[in-house]
Ligand binder design. Structure first.
Ligand SMILES: NC(=O)c1ccc[n+]([C@@H]2O[C@H](COP(=O)([O-])OP(=O)(O)OC[C@H]3O[C@@H](n4cnc5c(N)ncnc54)[C@H](O)[C@@H]3O)[C@@H](O)[C@H]2O)c1
Length: 541
Protein backbone atom coordinates (compact mmCIF):
# COMPACT_ATOMS: atom_id res chain seq x y z
CA UNK A 1 0.00 0.00 0.00
CA UNK A 2 1.32 3.44 -0.90
CA UNK A 3 0.74 6.93 0.43
CA UNK A 4 -1.75 9.18 -1.30
CA UNK A 5 -0.33 12.68 -1.68
CA UNK A 6 -2.74 15.52 -2.38
CA UNK A 7 -1.03 18.46 -4.04
CA UNK A 8 -2.42 21.76 -5.24
CA UNK A 9 -2.48 25.45 -4.49
CA UNK A 10 -3.42 26.86 -1.13
CA UNK A 11 -7.19 26.78 -0.81
CA UNK A 12 -7.71 23.86 -3.19
CA UNK A 13 -9.12 21.68 -0.40
CA UNK A 14 -6.21 19.34 0.32
CA UNK A 15 -6.82 19.25 4.06
CA UNK A 16 -10.63 18.99 4.00
CA UNK A 17 -10.69 16.39 1.26
CA UNK A 18 -7.64 14.53 2.54
CA UNK A 19 -9.17 14.10 5.96
CA UNK A 20 -12.41 12.74 4.49
CA UNK A 21 -10.61 10.37 2.10
CA UNK A 22 -8.49 9.06 4.97
CA UNK A 23 -11.59 8.51 7.09
CA UNK A 24 -13.47 6.69 4.35
CA UNK A 25 -10.50 4.39 3.64
CA UNK A 26 -9.59 3.96 7.34
CA UNK A 27 -6.09 5.29 6.73
CA UNK A 28 -3.95 7.66 8.80
CA UNK A 29 -4.09 11.32 7.78
CA UNK A 30 -0.99 13.53 7.68
CA UNK A 31 -1.49 17.27 7.35
CA UNK A 32 1.96 18.63 6.56
CA UNK A 33 1.34 22.28 7.48
CA UNK A 34 -0.23 21.29 10.81
CA UNK A 35 2.60 18.86 11.56
CA UNK A 36 5.23 21.54 10.81
CA UNK A 37 3.48 23.97 13.15
CA UNK A 38 3.25 21.30 15.82
CA UNK A 39 6.91 20.30 15.55
CA UNK A 40 8.28 23.84 15.47
CA UNK A 41 5.89 25.36 17.98
CA UNK A 42 5.40 28.25 15.54
CA UNK A 43 2.61 29.18 13.16
CA UNK A 44 3.42 29.15 9.45
CA UNK A 45 3.36 32.98 9.22
CA UNK A 46 5.83 33.02 12.15
CA UNK A 47 8.17 30.52 10.44
CA UNK A 48 8.09 32.64 7.28
CA UNK A 49 8.72 35.81 9.32
CA UNK A 50 11.66 34.30 11.21
CA UNK A 51 13.43 32.14 8.64
CA UNK A 52 11.83 33.06 5.33
CA UNK A 53 10.37 30.70 2.74
CA UNK A 54 13.66 28.79 2.39
CA UNK A 55 13.56 27.61 6.00
CA UNK A 56 9.94 26.56 5.65
CA UNK A 57 10.79 24.49 2.55
CA UNK A 58 13.59 22.74 4.44
CA UNK A 59 11.23 21.82 7.25
CA UNK A 60 8.77 20.58 4.64
CA UNK A 61 11.34 18.27 2.97
CA UNK A 62 12.46 16.86 6.31
CA UNK A 63 8.86 16.16 7.27
CA UNK A 64 8.20 14.44 3.94
CA UNK A 65 11.12 12.09 4.57
CA UNK A 66 9.71 11.29 8.00
CA UNK A 67 6.19 10.66 6.68
CA UNK A 68 7.52 8.20 4.13
CA UNK A 69 8.66 5.98 7.01
CA UNK A 70 5.15 5.99 8.54
CA UNK A 71 2.31 3.60 7.67
CA UNK A 72 0.65 4.38 4.31
CA UNK A 73 -1.86 7.18 4.62
CA UNK A 74 -3.34 10.28 3.04
CA UNK A 75 -1.02 13.28 3.02
CA UNK A 76 -2.26 16.84 2.59
CA UNK A 77 0.89 18.60 1.39
CA UNK A 78 1.74 22.27 1.55
CA UNK A 79 1.05 24.15 -1.70
CA UNK A 80 4.75 24.67 -2.40
CA UNK A 81 5.91 21.12 -1.81
CA UNK A 82 6.27 20.58 -5.56
CA UNK A 83 8.80 23.39 -5.91
CA UNK A 84 11.56 20.99 -4.94
CA UNK A 85 12.46 18.30 -7.46
CA UNK A 86 13.61 16.11 -4.56
CA UNK A 87 10.16 16.35 -2.97
CA UNK A 88 8.45 15.46 -6.25
CA UNK A 89 10.68 12.39 -6.60
CA UNK A 90 10.15 11.37 -2.95
CA UNK A 91 6.38 11.54 -3.35
CA UNK A 92 6.48 9.58 -6.59
CA UNK A 93 8.65 6.85 -5.08
CA UNK A 94 6.48 6.40 -2.03
CA UNK A 95 2.96 6.96 -3.28
CA UNK A 96 0.44 8.29 -5.74
CA UNK A 97 0.18 12.00 -6.35
CA UNK A 98 -3.19 13.61 -7.03
CA UNK A 99 -3.48 17.26 -8.04
CA UNK A 100 -6.56 19.12 -6.84
CA UNK A 101 -6.85 21.81 -9.48
CA UNK A 102 -8.84 24.95 -8.75
CA UNK A 103 -8.99 28.19 -10.73
CA UNK A 104 -7.55 31.40 -9.23
CA UNK A 105 -11.13 32.69 -8.92
CA UNK A 106 -12.22 29.71 -6.79
CA UNK A 107 -9.07 29.92 -4.70
CA UNK A 108 -9.55 33.64 -4.14
CA UNK A 109 -13.12 33.15 -2.93
CA UNK A 110 -11.78 30.78 -0.31
CA UNK A 111 -8.64 32.69 0.66
CA UNK A 112 -9.42 36.40 0.51
CA UNK A 113 -10.14 36.67 4.24
CA UNK A 114 -7.51 34.16 5.44
CA UNK A 115 -4.87 35.47 7.84
CA UNK A 116 -2.51 32.49 7.76
CA UNK A 117 -1.27 32.79 4.14
CA UNK A 118 2.05 34.62 4.27
CA UNK A 119 2.64 34.36 0.51
CA UNK A 120 -0.44 36.52 -0.08
CA UNK A 121 0.69 39.37 2.15
CA UNK A 122 1.43 41.62 -0.86
CA UNK A 123 -0.05 44.88 -2.18
CA UNK A 124 -2.13 43.00 -4.78
CA UNK A 125 -2.82 39.53 -3.34
CA UNK A 126 -5.13 38.40 -6.18
CA UNK A 127 -2.43 39.14 -8.74
CA UNK A 128 0.10 37.33 -6.53
CA UNK A 129 -2.22 34.33 -6.34
CA UNK A 130 -2.60 34.26 -10.14
CA UNK A 131 1.17 34.36 -10.56
CA UNK A 132 1.67 31.52 -8.06
CA UNK A 133 -1.00 29.43 -9.80
CA UNK A 134 0.55 30.02 -13.21
CA UNK A 135 4.14 29.31 -12.24
CA UNK A 136 3.36 26.18 -10.24
CA UNK A 137 0.95 24.70 -12.78
CA UNK A 138 3.57 22.72 -14.80
CA UNK A 139 4.87 21.19 -11.58
CA UNK A 140 1.39 20.20 -10.39
CA UNK A 141 0.74 18.77 -13.84
CA UNK A 142 3.37 16.12 -13.16
CA UNK A 143 0.90 14.42 -10.81
CA UNK A 144 -0.40 10.91 -11.48
CA UNK A 145 -3.93 12.26 -11.65
CA UNK A 146 -5.56 15.65 -11.89
CA UNK A 147 -8.97 16.45 -10.52
CA UNK A 148 -10.71 19.72 -11.35
CA UNK A 149 -12.45 20.70 -8.14
CA UNK A 150 -14.04 24.06 -9.05
CA UNK A 151 -17.51 22.62 -9.43
CA UNK A 152 -17.24 19.72 -6.97
CA UNK A 153 -18.57 19.70 -3.42
CA UNK A 154 -16.10 18.38 -0.83
CA UNK A 155 -18.08 15.11 -0.73
CA UNK A 156 -17.90 14.73 -4.52
CA UNK A 157 -14.19 15.53 -4.55
CA UNK A 158 -13.63 13.00 -1.76
CA UNK A 159 -15.40 10.27 -3.71
CA UNK A 160 -13.43 11.12 -6.84
CA UNK A 161 -10.08 11.00 -5.03
CA UNK A 162 -11.00 7.71 -3.36
CA UNK A 163 -11.79 6.20 -6.76
CA UNK A 164 -8.34 7.19 -8.03
CA UNK A 165 -6.59 5.61 -5.06
CA UNK A 166 -8.80 2.61 -4.58
CA UNK A 167 -11.06 1.82 -7.55
CA UNK A 168 -13.38 -1.14 -7.02
CA UNK A 169 -15.90 -2.90 -9.29
CA UNK A 170 -18.72 -1.08 -7.48
CA UNK A 171 -16.91 2.22 -7.52
CA UNK A 172 -14.57 2.18 -10.54
CA UNK A 173 -12.52 5.00 -11.98
CA UNK A 174 -14.49 6.45 -14.88
CA UNK A 175 -12.93 8.29 -17.81
CA UNK A 176 -15.19 10.00 -20.33
CA UNK A 177 -14.27 9.94 -23.99
CA UNK A 178 -15.90 12.50 -26.32
CA UNK A 179 -18.17 13.83 -23.56
CA UNK A 180 -21.32 15.62 -24.79
CA UNK A 181 -21.09 13.95 -28.21
CA UNK A 182 -23.43 11.26 -29.54
CA UNK A 183 -20.46 8.91 -29.92
CA UNK A 184 -19.25 9.61 -26.37
CA UNK A 185 -18.69 6.75 -23.92
CA UNK A 186 -17.16 5.79 -20.60
CA UNK A 187 -14.05 3.77 -19.87
CA UNK A 188 -14.30 2.12 -16.45
CA UNK A 189 -11.13 0.95 -14.72
CA UNK A 190 -10.95 -1.28 -11.63
CA UNK A 191 -9.39 -4.58 -10.61
CA UNK A 192 -12.00 -7.40 -10.76
CA UNK A 193 -14.27 -5.24 -12.93
CA UNK A 194 -15.05 -8.30 -15.07
CA UNK A 195 -17.35 -9.45 -12.27
CA UNK A 196 -19.61 -6.49 -12.98
CA UNK A 197 -19.16 -6.51 -16.76
CA UNK A 198 -22.57 -8.03 -17.60
CA UNK A 199 -24.34 -5.56 -15.34
CA UNK A 200 -22.48 -2.54 -16.75
CA UNK A 201 -23.02 -3.65 -20.34
CA UNK A 202 -26.75 -4.14 -19.75
CA UNK A 203 -26.93 -0.74 -18.06
CA UNK A 204 -24.91 1.26 -20.60
CA UNK A 205 -25.73 -0.30 -23.99
CA UNK A 206 -28.95 -0.79 -25.96
CA UNK A 207 -29.16 -4.14 -27.72
CA UNK A 208 -31.23 -7.30 -27.89
CA UNK A 209 -28.61 -10.00 -28.37
CA UNK A 210 -24.84 -10.18 -28.31
CA UNK A 211 -21.89 -12.02 -29.78
CA UNK A 212 -18.72 -12.39 -27.77
CA UNK A 213 -15.44 -12.55 -29.67
CA UNK A 214 -12.39 -13.90 -27.86
CA UNK A 215 -9.32 -16.14 -28.05
CA UNK A 216 -9.59 -19.83 -27.10
CA UNK A 217 -7.05 -19.14 -24.33
CA UNK A 218 -9.31 -16.51 -22.79
CA UNK A 219 -12.45 -18.65 -22.46
CA UNK A 220 -11.83 -18.90 -18.72
CA UNK A 221 -12.56 -15.14 -18.52
CA UNK A 222 -15.22 -15.15 -21.24
CA UNK A 223 -17.44 -17.93 -19.90
CA UNK A 224 -18.38 -16.27 -16.58
CA UNK A 225 -19.22 -13.05 -18.45
CA UNK A 226 -21.37 -14.97 -20.92
CA UNK A 227 -23.12 -16.77 -18.04
CA UNK A 228 -23.73 -13.49 -16.18
CA UNK A 229 -25.24 -11.95 -19.31
CA UNK A 230 -27.46 -14.95 -19.84
CA UNK A 231 -28.65 -14.68 -16.25
CA UNK A 232 -29.76 -11.16 -17.20
CA UNK A 233 -31.75 -12.74 -20.08
CA UNK A 234 -29.33 -11.50 -22.74
CA UNK A 235 -28.63 -14.17 -25.37
CA UNK A 236 -24.88 -14.34 -26.11
CA UNK A 237 -23.01 -16.49 -28.58
CA UNK A 238 -19.27 -16.87 -28.16
CA UNK A 239 -16.90 -17.02 -31.13
CA UNK A 240 -13.17 -17.67 -30.87
CA UNK A 241 -10.35 -16.73 -33.18
CA UNK A 242 -6.66 -17.54 -33.07
CA UNK A 243 -4.31 -14.73 -32.07
CA UNK A 244 -1.50 -12.89 -33.82
CA UNK A 245 -1.25 -9.95 -36.18
CA UNK A 246 -2.02 -12.14 -39.18
CA UNK A 247 -5.56 -12.58 -37.85
CA UNK A 248 -6.16 -8.86 -38.46
CA UNK A 249 -7.16 -9.47 -42.07
CA UNK A 250 -10.10 -9.07 -44.41
CA UNK A 251 -10.35 -12.86 -44.48
CA UNK A 252 -10.92 -13.01 -40.73
CA UNK A 253 -13.44 -10.17 -41.01
CA UNK A 254 -15.38 -12.11 -43.63
CA UNK A 255 -15.40 -15.20 -41.41
CA UNK A 256 -16.70 -13.13 -38.55
CA UNK A 257 -19.50 -11.56 -40.63
CA UNK A 258 -20.67 -15.06 -41.46
CA UNK A 259 -20.58 -16.14 -37.84
CA UNK A 260 -22.53 -13.06 -36.74
CA UNK A 261 -25.16 -13.84 -39.37
CA UNK A 262 -25.34 -17.43 -38.17
CA UNK A 263 -25.74 -16.17 -34.59
CA UNK A 264 -28.77 -14.17 -35.76
CA UNK A 265 -27.23 -10.80 -34.96
CA UNK A 266 -29.13 -7.98 -36.67
CA UNK A 267 -28.79 -4.21 -36.34
CA UNK A 268 -29.97 -4.39 -32.73
CA UNK A 269 -27.05 -6.67 -31.89
CA UNK A 270 -23.91 -5.93 -29.90
CA UNK A 271 -20.39 -7.26 -30.37
CA UNK A 272 -18.37 -7.82 -27.22
CA UNK A 273 -14.62 -8.15 -27.73
CA UNK A 274 -12.58 -9.79 -25.00
CA UNK A 275 -8.99 -9.88 -26.15
CA UNK A 276 -5.86 -7.93 -27.08
CA UNK A 277 -5.33 -5.22 -29.66
CA UNK A 278 -5.58 -7.59 -32.60
CA UNK A 279 -9.07 -8.81 -31.71
CA UNK A 280 -10.06 -5.29 -30.63
CA UNK A 281 -9.05 -3.77 -33.96
CA UNK A 282 -10.58 -6.61 -35.96
CA UNK A 283 -13.77 -6.82 -33.88
CA UNK A 284 -14.15 -3.04 -33.99
CA UNK A 285 -13.73 -3.10 -37.78
CA UNK A 286 -16.36 -5.80 -38.11
CA UNK A 287 -18.70 -3.85 -35.80
CA UNK A 288 -18.14 -0.72 -37.91
CA UNK A 289 -19.13 -2.46 -41.12
CA UNK A 290 -21.53 -5.28 -40.24
CA UNK A 291 -25.03 -4.19 -41.25
CA UNK A 292 -23.59 -0.65 -41.70
CA UNK A 293 -22.45 -0.57 -38.09
CA UNK A 294 -23.43 -2.10 -34.76
CA UNK A 295 -22.26 -1.11 -31.28
CA UNK A 296 -19.36 -2.92 -29.65
CA UNK A 297 -17.82 -3.17 -26.20
CA UNK A 298 -14.11 -3.61 -25.52
CA UNK A 299 -12.84 -5.69 -22.61
CA UNK A 300 -9.10 -5.50 -23.30
CA UNK A 301 -6.93 -8.31 -21.98
CA UNK A 302 -3.41 -7.18 -22.88
CA UNK A 303 -1.55 -4.26 -21.38
CA UNK A 304 -1.23 -2.76 -24.84
CA UNK A 305 -4.96 -2.97 -25.43
CA UNK A 306 -5.78 -1.58 -21.97
CA UNK A 307 -3.53 1.47 -22.28
CA UNK A 308 -4.07 2.18 -25.93
CA UNK A 309 -5.94 0.25 -28.59
CA UNK A 310 -9.27 -0.30 -26.79
CA UNK A 311 -9.90 3.45 -26.53
CA UNK A 312 -10.30 5.92 -29.37
CA UNK A 313 -12.25 4.05 -32.03
CA UNK A 314 -9.51 3.48 -34.59
CA UNK A 315 -10.42 0.08 -35.99
CA UNK A 316 -8.76 -1.63 -38.91
CA UNK A 317 -7.42 -4.68 -40.65
CA UNK A 318 -4.07 -4.99 -42.40
CA UNK A 319 -3.32 -5.58 -46.08
CA UNK A 320 -0.22 -7.43 -47.26
CA UNK A 321 1.13 -4.00 -48.26
CA UNK A 322 0.90 -2.54 -44.77
CA UNK A 323 -0.80 -2.19 -41.41
CA UNK A 324 -4.24 -0.78 -40.76
CA UNK A 325 -4.77 0.13 -44.41
CA UNK A 326 -8.50 -0.67 -44.36
CA UNK A 327 -10.38 0.73 -41.42
CA UNK A 328 -12.74 3.22 -39.87
CA UNK A 329 -13.32 5.47 -36.91
CA UNK A 330 -15.95 3.63 -34.88
CA UNK A 331 -16.05 4.38 -31.18
CA UNK A 332 -16.93 1.58 -28.76
CA UNK A 333 -20.09 1.96 -26.69
CA UNK A 334 -18.21 1.07 -23.52
CA UNK A 335 -14.71 -0.01 -22.45
CA UNK A 336 -14.18 -2.11 -19.33
CA UNK A 337 -10.60 -2.32 -18.08
CA UNK A 338 -9.86 -4.97 -15.48
CA UNK A 339 -6.11 -5.12 -14.78
CA UNK A 340 -6.59 -8.52 -13.12
CA UNK A 341 -7.11 -9.95 -16.61
CA UNK A 342 -3.42 -9.31 -17.18
CA UNK A 343 -2.36 -11.88 -14.58
CA UNK A 344 -2.05 -14.58 -17.23
CA UNK A 345 -0.31 -12.37 -19.77
CA UNK A 346 3.22 -13.52 -20.68
CA UNK A 347 6.05 -11.17 -19.59
CA UNK A 348 6.93 -10.32 -23.18
CA UNK A 349 3.43 -8.91 -23.69
CA UNK A 350 3.65 -6.79 -20.53
CA UNK A 351 6.80 -5.30 -21.98
CA UNK A 352 5.02 -4.86 -25.30
CA UNK A 353 2.32 -2.73 -23.64
CA UNK A 354 4.90 -0.90 -21.57
CA UNK A 355 6.41 0.39 -24.83
CA UNK A 356 3.15 2.22 -25.61
CA UNK A 357 3.09 3.57 -22.05
CA UNK A 358 6.59 4.94 -22.57
CA UNK A 359 5.35 6.56 -25.76
CA UNK A 360 2.60 8.42 -23.86
CA UNK A 361 5.12 9.56 -21.28
CA UNK A 362 7.94 10.75 -23.51
CA UNK A 363 5.65 12.38 -26.10
CA UNK A 364 2.86 13.78 -23.94
CA UNK A 365 3.33 13.81 -20.18
CA UNK A 366 6.52 14.36 -18.21
CA UNK A 367 4.91 13.19 -14.95
CA UNK A 368 3.89 9.86 -16.50
CA UNK A 369 7.39 9.50 -17.94
CA UNK A 370 8.90 10.00 -14.47
CA UNK A 371 6.33 7.56 -12.99
CA UNK A 372 7.32 4.88 -15.52
CA UNK A 373 10.98 5.46 -14.74
CA UNK A 374 10.17 5.11 -11.03
CA UNK A 375 8.44 1.80 -11.78
CA UNK A 376 11.56 0.59 -13.59
CA UNK A 377 13.79 1.75 -10.74
CA UNK A 378 11.56 -0.13 -8.29
CA UNK A 379 12.05 -3.30 -10.37
CA UNK A 380 8.40 -3.57 -11.45
CA UNK A 381 9.62 -4.47 -14.93
CA UNK A 382 13.13 -5.73 -15.56
CA UNK A 383 14.63 -7.25 -18.71
CA UNK A 384 13.82 -10.66 -17.18
CA UNK A 385 10.57 -10.41 -15.31
CA UNK A 386 7.50 -8.42 -14.43
CA UNK A 387 5.97 -7.86 -11.00
CA UNK A 388 2.26 -8.31 -11.58
CA UNK A 389 1.38 -6.36 -8.45
CA UNK A 390 -1.74 -4.53 -9.58
CA UNK A 391 -1.24 -1.90 -6.90
CA UNK A 392 1.67 -0.70 -9.06
CA UNK A 393 -0.07 -0.86 -12.42
CA UNK A 394 -3.71 0.19 -12.14
CA UNK A 395 -3.22 3.95 -11.87
CA UNK A 396 -0.55 4.24 -14.60
CA UNK A 397 -2.86 2.24 -16.89
CA UNK A 398 -5.71 4.61 -16.06
CA UNK A 399 -3.47 7.59 -16.65
CA UNK A 400 -2.65 6.41 -20.17
CA UNK A 401 -6.36 5.92 -20.82
CA UNK A 402 -7.03 9.40 -19.50
CA UNK A 403 -4.39 10.93 -21.78
CA UNK A 404 -5.77 9.08 -24.77
CA UNK A 405 -9.33 10.08 -23.87
CA UNK A 406 -8.34 13.75 -23.72
CA UNK A 407 -6.60 13.63 -27.07
CA UNK A 408 -9.37 11.70 -28.80
CA UNK A 409 -11.94 14.08 -27.34
CA UNK A 410 -10.02 17.02 -28.83
CA UNK A 411 -9.23 15.46 -32.19
CA UNK A 412 -11.28 12.34 -32.84
CA UNK A 413 -10.43 12.03 -36.55
CA UNK A 414 -6.78 13.08 -36.39
CA UNK A 415 -7.29 16.35 -38.22
CA UNK A 416 -6.22 19.10 -35.82
CA UNK A 417 -2.70 17.80 -35.26
CA UNK A 418 -3.28 16.62 -31.69
CA UNK A 419 -4.09 12.93 -32.13
CA UNK A 420 -1.26 12.46 -34.56
CA UNK A 421 1.13 12.94 -31.61
CA UNK A 422 0.12 9.47 -30.43
CA UNK A 423 1.97 8.19 -33.49
CA UNK A 424 5.40 8.99 -32.10
CA UNK A 425 7.60 6.00 -32.96
CA UNK A 426 4.99 4.60 -35.34
CA UNK A 427 6.31 5.80 -38.72
CA UNK A 428 9.40 3.64 -38.28
CA UNK A 429 7.60 1.09 -36.06
CA UNK A 430 4.91 0.28 -38.63
CA UNK A 431 7.48 0.11 -41.43
CA UNK A 432 9.51 -2.30 -39.32
CA UNK A 433 6.52 -4.53 -38.66
CA UNK A 434 5.78 -4.65 -42.41
CA UNK A 435 9.45 -5.32 -43.24
CA UNK A 436 9.39 -8.24 -40.78
CA UNK A 437 6.08 -9.46 -42.26
CA UNK A 438 4.42 -9.06 -38.84
CA UNK A 439 6.52 -11.92 -37.47
CA UNK A 440 9.26 -12.08 -34.86
CA UNK A 441 8.70 -8.67 -33.31
CA UNK A 442 5.61 -7.57 -31.41
CA UNK A 443 3.98 -4.22 -32.13
CA UNK A 444 5.33 -2.59 -28.95
CA UNK A 445 8.84 -3.86 -29.64
CA UNK A 446 8.73 -2.31 -33.09
CA UNK A 447 7.42 0.93 -31.56
CA UNK A 448 10.28 0.95 -29.03
CA UNK A 449 12.88 0.76 -31.79
CA UNK A 450 10.76 3.21 -33.81
CA UNK A 451 10.85 5.73 -30.95
CA UNK A 452 14.63 5.48 -30.80
CA UNK A 453 14.94 5.97 -34.57
CA UNK A 454 12.55 8.93 -34.54
CA UNK A 455 14.40 10.48 -31.60
CA UNK A 456 17.61 10.18 -33.63
CA UNK A 457 15.77 11.72 -36.59
CA UNK A 458 14.70 14.65 -34.42
CA UNK A 459 18.24 14.99 -33.14
CA UNK A 460 19.69 15.15 -36.68
CA UNK A 461 17.13 17.84 -37.51
CA UNK A 462 18.03 19.82 -34.38
CA UNK A 463 14.54 19.35 -32.88
CA UNK A 464 15.22 16.70 -30.23
CA UNK A 465 17.86 17.61 -27.62
CA UNK A 466 20.73 15.19 -26.91
CA UNK A 467 19.64 14.59 -23.30
CA UNK A 468 16.13 13.58 -24.41
CA UNK A 469 17.60 11.02 -26.82
CA UNK A 470 19.91 9.71 -24.11
CA UNK A 471 17.12 9.40 -21.54
CA UNK A 472 14.94 7.56 -24.05
CA UNK A 473 17.73 5.08 -24.86
CA UNK A 474 18.40 4.40 -21.17
CA UNK A 475 14.76 3.94 -20.22
CA UNK A 476 13.85 1.75 -23.20
CA UNK A 477 16.90 -0.43 -22.47
CA UNK A 478 16.03 -0.64 -18.77
CA UNK A 479 12.60 -1.96 -19.73
CA UNK A 480 14.27 -4.70 -21.77
CA UNK A 481 12.90 -3.30 -25.04
CA UNK A 482 14.93 -3.00 -28.25
CA UNK A 483 17.01 0.15 -28.73
CA UNK A 484 18.19 -0.74 -32.23
CA UNK A 485 16.70 -2.06 -35.45
CA UNK A 486 16.99 -5.80 -35.99
CA UNK A 487 20.04 -6.90 -37.90
CA UNK A 488 19.35 -7.77 -41.49
CA UNK A 489 16.74 -5.08 -42.06
CA UNK A 490 18.02 -2.51 -44.49
CA UNK A 491 17.11 1.15 -44.66
CA UNK A 492 15.74 0.94 -48.21
CA UNK A 493 13.24 -1.77 -47.22
CA UNK A 494 12.01 0.41 -44.36
CA UNK A 495 11.80 3.54 -46.52
CA UNK A 496 9.89 1.54 -49.08
CA UNK A 497 7.44 0.35 -46.41
CA UNK A 498 6.93 3.98 -45.37
CA UNK A 499 5.40 4.63 -48.80
CA UNK A 500 2.09 3.58 -47.27
CA UNK A 501 2.41 5.71 -44.15
CA UNK A 502 -0.80 7.66 -43.80
CA UNK A 503 1.13 10.75 -42.72
CA UNK A 504 3.27 10.84 -45.86
CA UNK A 505 3.00 13.53 -48.55
CA UNK A 506 4.72 12.75 -51.86
CA UNK A 507 8.41 12.11 -51.44
CA UNK A 508 8.67 13.63 -47.98
CA UNK A 509 7.63 12.28 -44.61
CA UNK A 510 5.67 13.93 -41.84
CA UNK A 511 6.96 12.51 -38.57
CA UNK A 512 6.18 13.19 -34.92
CA UNK A 513 9.36 14.43 -33.23
CA UNK A 514 10.18 15.01 -29.58
CA UNK A 515 10.97 18.57 -28.57
CA UNK A 516 11.45 17.79 -24.86
CA UNK A 517 10.44 15.15 -22.30
CA UNK A 518 6.64 15.04 -22.50
CA UNK A 519 6.46 17.27 -25.58
CA UNK A 520 6.22 16.45 -29.27
CA UNK A 521 5.15 18.02 -32.55
CA UNK A 522 4.48 16.87 -36.10
CA UNK A 523 7.38 17.89 -38.32
CA UNK A 524 6.38 18.12 -42.01
CA UNK A 525 8.42 17.56 -45.17
CA UNK A 526 11.29 15.51 -43.82
CA UNK A 527 13.41 14.34 -46.76
CA UNK A 528 13.85 10.58 -47.10
CA UNK A 529 17.63 11.09 -47.01
CA UNK A 530 17.44 12.36 -43.41
CA UNK A 531 15.24 9.43 -42.39
CA UNK A 532 17.79 7.12 -44.06
CA UNK A 533 20.56 8.62 -41.92
CA UNK A 534 18.49 8.15 -38.73
CA UNK A 535 17.78 4.51 -39.61
CA UNK A 536 21.47 3.89 -40.18
CA UNK A 537 22.29 5.42 -36.80
CA UNK A 538 19.98 2.74 -35.35
CA UNK A 539 21.67 -0.16 -37.06
CA UNK A 540 19.91 -0.45 -40.43
CA UNK A 541 22.20 -1.59 -43.21
N1 LIG B 1 -6.56 0.80 -32.52
C1 LIG B 1 -5.55 1.41 -31.96
O1 LIG B 1 -5.63 2.58 -31.59
C2 LIG B 1 -4.29 0.65 -31.70
C3 LIG B 1 -3.29 1.19 -30.88
C4 LIG B 1 -2.16 0.43 -30.62
C5 LIG B 1 -2.02 -0.83 -31.17
N2 LIG B 1 -3.00 -1.31 -31.97
C6 LIG B 1 -2.89 -2.66 -32.55
O2 LIG B 1 -2.92 -3.62 -31.50
C7 LIG B 1 -2.35 -4.82 -32.02
C8 LIG B 1 -1.47 -5.47 -30.98
O3 LIG B 1 -2.25 -5.80 -29.88
P1 LIG B 1 -1.70 -6.79 -28.72
O4 LIG B 1 -0.31 -6.45 -28.45
O5 LIG B 1 -2.68 -6.72 -27.63
O6 LIG B 1 -1.65 -8.21 -29.43
P2 LIG B 1 -2.67 -9.46 -29.46
O7 LIG B 1 -4.06 -9.02 -29.50
O8 LIG B 1 -2.18 -10.33 -30.55
O9 LIG B 1 -2.43 -10.19 -28.07
C9 LIG B 1 -1.15 -10.68 -27.79
C10 LIG B 1 -1.16 -12.15 -27.37
O10 LIG B 1 -1.59 -12.26 -26.03
C11 LIG B 1 -2.62 -13.23 -25.92
N3 LIG B 1 -3.43 -12.76 -24.81
C12 LIG B 1 -4.29 -11.74 -24.83
N4 LIG B 1 -4.76 -11.51 -23.60
C13 LIG B 1 -4.17 -12.43 -22.78
C14 LIG B 1 -4.25 -12.69 -21.40
N5 LIG B 1 -4.96 -11.94 -20.58
N6 LIG B 1 -3.54 -13.73 -20.90
C15 LIG B 1 -2.76 -14.47 -21.70
N7 LIG B 1 -2.64 -14.25 -23.03
C16 LIG B 1 -3.34 -13.24 -23.56
C17 LIG B 1 -3.26 -13.26 -27.25
O11 LIG B 1 -3.91 -14.48 -27.47
C18 LIG B 1 -2.08 -13.05 -28.16
O12 LIG B 1 -1.41 -14.26 -28.38
C19 LIG B 1 -1.60 -4.45 -33.28
O13 LIG B 1 -2.31 -4.89 -34.38
C20 LIG B 1 -1.60 -2.94 -33.25
O14 LIG B 1 -1.57 -2.38 -34.53
C21 LIG B 1 -4.12 -0.61 -32.23
Amino acid sequence: MKHLYLIGNMGSGKTTIGKQVAESLHLPFYDMDALIEQASGLTIPEIFAQGGEAQFRELESALLRAIIQNPAGVVATGGGVVLSETNRALMRQSGWVVYLKASPRTLWQRLQHAQNRPLLKTPNPYETLETIVRTREPLYQEADWMLEVDTLSPAQATDAVRRVYHPTPDDPLAVQVLPHQPSGYTVFVAPALRNRAAHLIAQQCRFTRAALLTHPALLRWAEPIQAAMQSLDIPVQTTTLRSGERVKSLRSAERLYTQLLQAGLDRSGLLLVLGGGVLGDLGGFVAATYMRGIPYVQIPTTLLAQVDSSVGGKVAVDLPQGKNLVGAFHQPALVLIDPELLQTLPTRHWRNGFAEMLKYGIALHKGLWRRLQAMLQAGVLTPRRVRKDLGMWTLPIAQCVNLKAQIVSEDEREVSGKRVLLNFGHTVGHALEAALHYRDWLHGEAIAAGMIAEAELGNILGVTPDEVVRELYETVAQAGLPTALPSGVDAETLLNAMRHDKKRTGDALNVVLLTDIGKARLEPNIPLSVMREALKRCGAS
